[in-house]
Design a protein around this ligand. Structure first.
Ligand SMILES: Nc1nc2c(ncn2[C@@H]2O[C@H](COP(=O)(O)OP(=O)(O)OP(=O)(O)O)[C@@H](O)[C@H]2O)c(=O)[nH]1
Ligand SMILES: [Mg+2]
Length: 300
């Protein structure tokens, strides 16, 4: 049998479950997940290699109405990911009614001539009667190449999704070596894991106002020493990240360290600092420094 390969963009509104789906498809965490919208800020490639195929999935930031330059960059990153892919997954939250945000995403997909597979996610939360009704409504919105209900979280119908996806890929080469699962350096994953813990433990505007940069990683005897900076927008946010007598930052550090030790398979000493960079989400030079580079679009 011929070896197949290709690229699949995973797009949709914030919180639909794109990153959860990517991790489930790869059976490994390559993208962070949270219950707060706009968690993912960069397009992240996840590579799935089997004996007879390689699929490069591109997880993207949720497409939304941006309030800052960061948000505009994030949307652009999602649009750019649709260029040159073999297919797109439009992933939607099956528990929610179709709204203007969904139609906005559909309009973008319509400008590309690629097959769109509708992935109706979170079916674990959906009674069967509702599922059929919902699929019906979605089918009236667009001529989808396929419609596949799944639960990314409970790993339902994922094998079928993979099998169907292969129909849209051509015979091709292996783009990445067999063992590689993601296209980002370890430093990025580490900063993302720390950010994930901030998202988990904080509320309201804090999750959106935070960026994390890994400043240094050094091996000292049997310990990996990681220094990272949590960047916030205001002094008051700095106070909240630190918490009463340092309780919050301690908790963030503890959760992050536990996970970092698991993925690096070594003992970790994590030093966290908090820095205020006023309005960093609207300042391009700071955005670039923090790893949110403005994507170059074909039509710019
Ligand atoms: N019950 C249920 N929850 C899910 C499922 N998939 C994802 N979730 C939850 O939905 C929330 C959002 O998941 P993410 O994977 O971060 O969503 P996303 O689309 O990547 O979000 P952004 O990066 O913000 O665009 C998390 O709390 C997940 O646990 C699912 O199949 N069932
Ligand atoms: Mg995400």
């Amino acid at each position: 049998m011929a070896f197949k390969s290709g690229f699949v963009a995973i797009v949709g509104r914030p919180n639909a479950g794109k990153s959860t789906l990517l991790n489930t498809l790869l059976d490994q965490k390559v993208a962070i997940v949270s219950d707060k919208p706009q968690t993912t800020r960069n397009a992240i490639r996840g590579i799935l290699t089997r004996d007879d195929f390689q699929i490069i999935f591109i997880d993207t930031p949720g497409i939304h109405k941006p309030k800052h330059k960061l948000g505009r960059n994030m949307n652009k990153e999602s649009y750019a990911s649709l260029s040159g892919v073999d297919a797109a997954y439009l992933i939607v939250d099956g528990t929610e009614a179709i709204g203007s945000g969904d139609r906005f995403v559909l309009d973008i997909l319509k400008t590309h001539k690629i097959p769109v597979l509708l992935i109706l996610n979170k079916i674990d939360l959906l009674p069967k009667e509702k599922l059929l009704d919902h699929l019906d409504r979605w089918n009236q919105e667009f001529d989808f190449a396929e419609v596949i209900p799944v639960s990314a979280l409970k790993q339902r119908n994922i094998d079928r999704l993979l099998k169907v996806t292969l129909d849209y890929l051509e015979e091709g080469v292996m783009y990445y070596p067999e063992g590689q699962k993601s296209d980002y350096p370890q430093q990025f994953i580490i900063s993302e894991i720390i950010r994930e813990k901030v998202l988990k433990l904080t509320e309201q505007e804090i999750p959106h106002s935070v960026a994390v940069v890994v400043e240094s990683m050094t091996q000292k005897k049997d310990k990996l020493v990681i220094q990272a900076i949590i960047v916030v927008e205001r002094d008051s946010q700095k106070g909240m990240i630190i918490g009463k007598q340092g309780a919050m930052i301690k908790h963030i550090g503890q959760l992050a360290r536990e996970e970092l030790e698991m993925i690096t398979q070594t003992s970790v000493y994590l030093e966290l600092f908090v820095r205020v960079e006023k309005n960093w989400r609207d300042r391009q030079t700071l955005l670039s420094k923090l790893g949110y580079v403005e994507p170059v679009m074909d039509d710019d």
